[in-house]
Design a protein around this ligand. Structure first.
Ligand code: DCP
Ligand code: MG
Length: 359
């Protein structure tokens, strides 16, 4: 079997770097994204603030105590989501096998890539460069032959890191790695491992599978594999949603116009909620009806604008119903769905802000 080429990309101080990019007065300063209130927490901190010990999930009060000059910046999630879409556009220039882990993190399988670039490290460099030049942001990248090692590699030289773990170097690298740096080993497990005398990869490697499953259950196998640089999990691209729908089956068949319209109203309300939740926008609305005898009818309409609100959808749904011109119907099920997704944002990437930009 030929070896896979996996890249893990993780943006540096993601929210904070975006705020520093968009507000030049924050560059070079210790900032925290979050609210300074008594119960506020830090979402993330700029690297300048991290030098004082400020980090994600820390209470704002404690952060301010550690770093008295800390500037709090309110989050702008819409902007972070948009930047996330922009980095994904860059990833997709190289491969469609992209698995997001978070807004600012993803695995890419570049074993076969769209540009036919032979070395994964060259793709990682090109992606970092594009992110810097087109978005004015800095990413760290890790390159290896599986997800576990690529993830560890991206963390190894942060910020602005690029690190490759070659297969022949992996055993050495893992042997020296402190157990808490293993992806999938959290604080609690790390403490349990320390108590068992396991501090580094080399210690883990000496543990038998039987010992590990006895102490860590199902995860024992995973830790056993990790210690040997084994991780067979494929990079699984998130399947793109093709539609969002909502339907209702009635205890008693609907026969009259008014209850049918009331049901359409409820279904539309729920549909809008689901569209929002899935962040889905589409151009086509389909009405589906199942009758008491289980025969079915569907009718659809396509419009220019994305269908997102009840004010847009309900009149169209009523029109679809009228078009069907049902005579004394016995309706068992009513459903509405929105499909035909809006093509991913084609908004141009912001122009290069500064070649030497560093968070
Ligand atoms: N985040 C959050 N709360 C947390 C952790 C993270 O709101 N407890 C948000 C803010 C981060 C973003 O998610 O900017 C990405 O998380 P990362 O763990 O990748 O952290 P950063 O990108 O901020 O820093 P770095 O990756 O350089 O360590
Ligand atoms: Mg990050």
């Amino acid at each position: 079997m030929s070896e896979r080429k996996i890249i893990h990309i993780d943006m540096d101080a993601f929210y904070a770097s975006i705020e520093q990019r968009d507000h030049p007065e924050y560059r070079g300063k210790a900032i925290a994204v979050g609210r300074p209130e008594r119960r506020g927490v830090v979402a993330t901190a700029s690297y300048e603030a991290r030098r004082f010990g400020v980090h994600s999930a820390m209470s704002s009060v404690r952060a301010l105590r550690l770093c008295p000059g800390l500037i709090f910046v309110p989050p702008r999630f819409e902007v972070y989501k948009e930047v996330s879409a922009q980095i994904h556009e860059i990833f997709h220039e190289y491969t469609d096998i992209v698995e997001p882990l978070a807004l600012d993190e993803a695995f890419l399988d570049v074993t076969e890539n769209k540009k036919g670039i032979p070395l994964a490290v060259d793709i990682a460099k090109a992606i970092k460069r594009e992110i810097r030049e087109k978005l004015g942001l800095v990413a760290s990248a890790g390159v290896s032959y599986n997800k576990f090692l690529a993830k560890i590699a991206s963390d190894y030289r942060k910020p602005d890191g690029l690190y490759t773990i070659h297969p022949d170097r992996a055993p050495d690298f893992i042997a020296r790695l402190p157990i808490e740096a293993f992806w999938g080993i959290g604080k609690v497990t790390a403490r349990e491992m320390h108590a068992l005398g396991v501090h580094k990869g080399a210690d883990l490697r000496r543990c038998s599978l039987e010992f590990l499953t006895r102490n860590f259950g199902k995860n024992g196998q995973i830790y056993h594999d990790f210690a040997r640089g084994i991780d067979p999990r494929p990079v699984t691209p998130e399947r793109e949603r093709k539609s969002v729908g909502c339907e209702n089956t009635f205890d008693k068949d609907l026969t009259d116009r008014v209850p049918i319209i009331i049901e359409l109203y409820h279904i539309t309300t729920e549909l809008v909620r689901r569209l929002e939740k899935a962040d889905f926008r589409g151009h086509t609305l389909t009405l589906k009806i199942t009758f008491a005898d289980f025969t079915r009818k569907t009718h659809a309409v396509t419009v220019d604008h994305p269908l997102v609100s009840r004010q847009q959808i309900l009149p169209l749904a009523k029109q679809l119903l009228r078009d069907l011109d049902l005579q004394s119907p016995q309706i068992r099920l009513l459903g509405l769905s929105v499909s035909n997704p809006v093509v991913p944002p084609q908004n141009p990437l912001p122009r290069q802000l500064s070649l030497n930009f560093k968070p």
